[in-house]
Design a protein around this ligand. Structure first.
Ligand code: SF4
Length: 81
């Protein structure tokens, strides 16, 4: 089990988590893909690069969710297609 448990302890900040009023919301993060049906929701695709595989996480509220992987980038819908 050792080495396979990536989701606890020190990696908590790497996980999407609620932070009300954060200055680095998922909304402005280049890893976020907006949900076309609900602008408050989206998906995080950051781990696609970190782990080499597609890994998406639902974001319930892109304004008040953040994590330490936040990277600002030009949000272009075209780039996400
Ligand atoms: S990398 Fe972090 S801040 Fe960026 S969309 Fe994913 S959870 Fe949000």
């Amino acid at each position: 089990m050792e080495g396979s448990n990536m989701e606890t302890g020190q990696n908590l900040q790497n996980q999407p988590h609620t932070e009300v009023g954060t200055a680095r919301p998922c909304r402005s993060c280049k890893w976020q893909t907006p949900d076309p049906t609900d602008p408050h929701r989206g998906q995080c695709t950051a781990n696609r690069h970190a782990m080499g595989g597609v890994w998406k996480r639902w974001l319930r509220d892109v304004e008040n969710t953040t994590c330490s992987r936040h990277e600002e980038g030009k949000l272009s819908f075209r780039d996400h297609v």
